[in-house]
Ligand binder design. Structure first.
Ligand code: NAD
Ligand code: ZN
Ligand code: ZN
Length: 346
């Protein structure tokens, strides 16, 4: 089958032919309908070998959806031909976190060498994808895989971050979204659907800010050295009650903490290497900073319900599998508006 692989440190993604995967006991084979392209892959492909933690080549793609093609011995609960989305942050299934559906925070994944598809295990940008366990599948039903596959990460990750901050987002509050790309433009929609907060979106390009307004941001601000002052002005000098940084680079983390108000929740989601300063008198009273990762299985079901209710609509650009390397180049150059989605089987 065709697959898009990251083959050697520092190399570009390549379309290659690899052996068709064969389903083993307990596993599910999917014929991939759609796979999303995430900025985290670009970060991973910039890391030195010692930071990777898994061998190359790696088939990319940690946002996946497919139709069940074959079931391994003992698999129950899914049927051949069913359209499903893949829950990506695979865990052991039995530890204290996994028992709560929070496989993203599995306590034993590292020790057991369990890696998400596309981030260690073979990923979804391929004609077929092997899923290790049926519990990592959520039925899509009538939802279009092409438009909804990004919800498995670009939806689930902001949903998890936002859900934790919802108690702060009372009427009259403000929420700041920094970086309105794949994750950020979905975050704005989730905030609008779940909270009465005024949403202020920041990005570096006017195209991205345009998308932010289209999906529901009340205010947009260019993300430069004046952004913190502008956001404080927009919030009557008080700052925001929740801040979501989908860039996570040193300047945006500084903005994120700089626009926080008293008791604010600051969520650093982007993996751009920024480090927040926290201490008495450094941030407003009782502000907290967290760095969440992906989301739980239950939260993926909830995000798909938001799509079913029609309140979350991912803006997608589609590419064939042969065009996947170009999709990565465009994402790297900041030229993808919304999410790039690969259709490996046309
Ligand atoms: P993306 O490229 O689609 O979007 C990033 C957006 O940030 C773009 O619109 C870009 O123009 C904007 N941006 C860049 N520099 C900026 C700045 N200085 N100020 C404001 N905006 C700026 O990326 P994505 O796929 O949405 O991923 C966003 C980040 O989240 C990445 O760092 C990714 O690795 C990370 N991520 C983290 C998790 C997690 O679980 N913590 C999960 C998925 C992605
Ligand atoms: Zn991702
Ligand atoms: Zn576990």
């Amino acid at each position: 089958m065709k697959a898009v692989q990251y083959r050697e440190v520092g190399g570009a993604p390549e379309v290659v032919t690899v052996p068709d995967p064969v389903v083993g006991p307990g596993q599910v084979l999917l014929k991939v309908t759609a796979a999303g392209v995430c900025h985290s892959d670009i970060a991973v492909m910039s890391w030195p070998a010692e930071q990777l933690g898994f061998p190359l080549p790696l088939t990319l793609g940690h946002e996946g959806a497919g139709v069940v093609e074959a079931l391994g011995d003992g698999v129950e609960g899914v049927a051949i031909g069913e359209s499903v989305a893949v829950y990506g942050p695979w865990g052991c299934g039995t530890c204290l976190m996994c028992a709560q559906g929070k496989e993203n925070y599995c306590l034993r994944a590292d020790e057991l060498g369990i890696r998400p598809p596309g981030l260690g295990a073979p990923g979804a940008i391929a004609e077929y994808l092997l899923v290790d366990n049926a519990r990592h599948l959520v039925p899509l039903g009538d939802l279009d895989p092409l438009r909804n596959v990004p919800l498995t990460d670009a939806g689930l990750t902001p949903y998890h971050a936002i859900k934790g901050a919802l108690p702060k987002l009372v009427p009259g509050s403000a929420a700041v979204v920094i970086g309105t790309g794949g994750l950020g433009h979905v975050a704005i929609q989730i905030l609008r659907a779940l909270s009465p907060a005024r949403v202020i979106a920041l990005d570096v390009s006017e195209d991205k800010l345009e998308l932010a307004r289209t999906v529901g941001a009340h205010e947009t601000v260019l993300s430069d050295e004046r952004a913190t002052a502008r956001v404080r002005e927009l919030t009557g000098g008080l700052g925001a009650q929740a801040v979501f940084d989908f860039v996570g680079a040193p300047p945006t983390v500084a903005t994120a903490t700089g626009v926080a108000g008293v008791e604010a929740d600051v969520l650093i989601v982007g993996i751009g290497g920024g480090v927040a300063q926290l201490g008495f008198g450094v941030v407003p009273y009782d502000a907290s900073v967290r760095a969440p990762y992906w989301g739980s299985r239950a939260e993926l079901i909830e995000v798909l319900e938001l799509a079913r209710a029609g309140v979350v609509d991912v803006h997608v650009e589609t590419y064939s599998i042969d065009e996947a390397p170009e999709a990565y180049e465009r994402l790297h150059a900041g030229r993808v508006n919304g999410r790039a989605v690969i259709l490996p089987n046309g």
